[in-house]
Design a protein around this ligand. Structure first.
Ligand code: PMP
Ligand code: GLN
Length: 383
């Protein structure tokens, strides 16, 4: 039969992690911590299991967890969210993104994505019969060109996907950016997805600019986050989606037949862990230290550091070292230097760093022990 997704290959995250394993390389490619999640959180999972929370959770999520999520977004973003009608716990941000896209995109609809774009958006748009419109973000700042977005919004535009802080570039929206976005969509029926999985990893004293902060944006948004990023538990695959009640009702029609519900003991554990906000409030400082450690350990190397306002990814320009295309360079780096990174061109629909030939950029994950970072940088400084 004919493929539903003829252009899709194995995701770069599987490719690079497997290559790293084959060559025994330090894996700074796929984004996940190489250190443990909090011991207290693991104990809370065991406690939840011992307390008998081992059967299906309610379809929208464990009530106490939905309550904690609403308390958090009220405290941080001033958003008065209804835990019963506006919050759904999902199998990671991935399920939330997929379901949100299926919820609103119909055949022929246009969905605006910003390249480099995280790789799960477009296949979901394609499966829904929509058409992805790609707007480029340009190095070194990778900011949204609001003029260009305004020009791209038309009668077919159904959805815009906003990812802040942004994977893979580490750029982040400002408060002004939120205002510009609000102006542009004001007189349109366009929906928004806020992929905010790195909401608690924002640097240099900046505040995360959630779509939940503006009532007029919140009313048209699916705001999606992931506990995997926040609690060092990427393997648990637990996230959530916040959307206005009518949108959530439609979202849940699909969610209930994709996963129905999400791992029960983990939901209880996270709910109890969230009672103390110190961990997520301290996460930016924790990762800022890692970012700065990684950046200073690269002093004296021939890599050029790009700005990093958030996420746990650092872009490095290797054009002083090689003029290989980034996919070749990523392979070469694993094989010859023993360090794995992610080529950025794969996140562009046109396959090139925004169409500029001189782009020679790799993404490195610094959610790693200082020892791993030091060993990687020692290798990178030799090049
Ligand atoms: N969106 C972005 C921007 C991400 O970086 C990730 C995780 N790498 C996801 C979504 C998916 O999150 P999860 O692992 O919770 O499904
Ligand atoms: N989000 C992670 C990253 O950007 C990877 C997730 C995945 O492997 N699908 O590296």
């Amino acid at each position: 039969g004919q493929s539903r997704l003829p252009g899709v290959k194995t995701t770069i995250f599987s490719v690079m992690s497997q290559l790293a394993a084959e060559h025994g390389a330090l894996n700074l490619s796929q984004g996940f911590p190489d250190f443990e999640c909090p011991e207290h959180l693991r104990e809370l999972v065991s406690e939840a299991m011992r307390a008998g929370h081992n059967q299906y959770a309610p379809m929208p999520g464990v009530p106490l967890l939905r309550q904690r999520i609403t308390e958090k977004v009220l405290a941080l973003y001033g958003a008065p969210v209804d835990m019963d009608r506006e919050v759904t716990v999902t199998c990671g941000a991935s399920e939330a993104l997929f379901v949100a896209i299926q919820t609103v995109v119909r055949p022929g609809d246009e969905v605006i994505l910003f390249d480099p774009a995280y790789d799960c958006y477009e296949p979901a748009v394609d499966l829904a019969g929509g058409r992805a419109i790609h707007l480029p973000l340009r190095a070194p700042d990778y900011r949204i060109d609001w003029q260009q977005l305004g020009d791209a919004i038309g009668p077919k535009t159904r959805l815009i996907v906003i990812n802040t802080p942004h994977n893979p570039t580490g750029s982040a929206l400002s408060a002004d950016d939120l205002d510009r976005l609000a102006e542009l969509v004001a007189d349109t029926p366009v929906f928004l997805i806020g992929d905010e999985v790195y909401e608690h990893i924002v640097f240099d004293g900046a505040d995360h600019q959630s779509l939940l902060r503006r009532e007029e944006l919140r009313q048209r948004s699916f705001v999606i986050s992931s506990f995997g990023k926040t609690y060092h538990t990427t393997g648990w695959k637990i996230g959530y989606c916040i959307a206005p009640a009518p949108m959530t009702a439609e979202f849940r029609k699909i969610h209930q037949y994709v996963t129905f519900s999400i791992a029960t003991p983990m939901q209880h554990a996270i709910a109890h862990f969230m009672a103390d906000p110190d961990f997520h409030l301290g996460l930016s400082a924790f990762y800022q230290q890692k970012r700065d450690h990684f950046r200073s350990a690269l002093e004296g190397s021939r890599f050029a550091l790009l700005p990093c306002q958030g996420t746990y990814f650092q872009l490095l320009d290797y054009s002083a070292i090689s003029d290989r295309p980034d996919l070749d360079m990523a392979r070469w780096l694993v094989e010859q230097a023993g360090v794995a990174a992610i080529p950025v061109s794969v996140f562009y629909a046109d396959g090139g760093g925004g169409g500029t030939k001189e782009d020679r950029i790799l993404r490195f994950c610094f959610a790693k022990s200082n020892d791993t970072l030091d060993r990687a940088c020692e290798r990178l400084r030799q090049l």
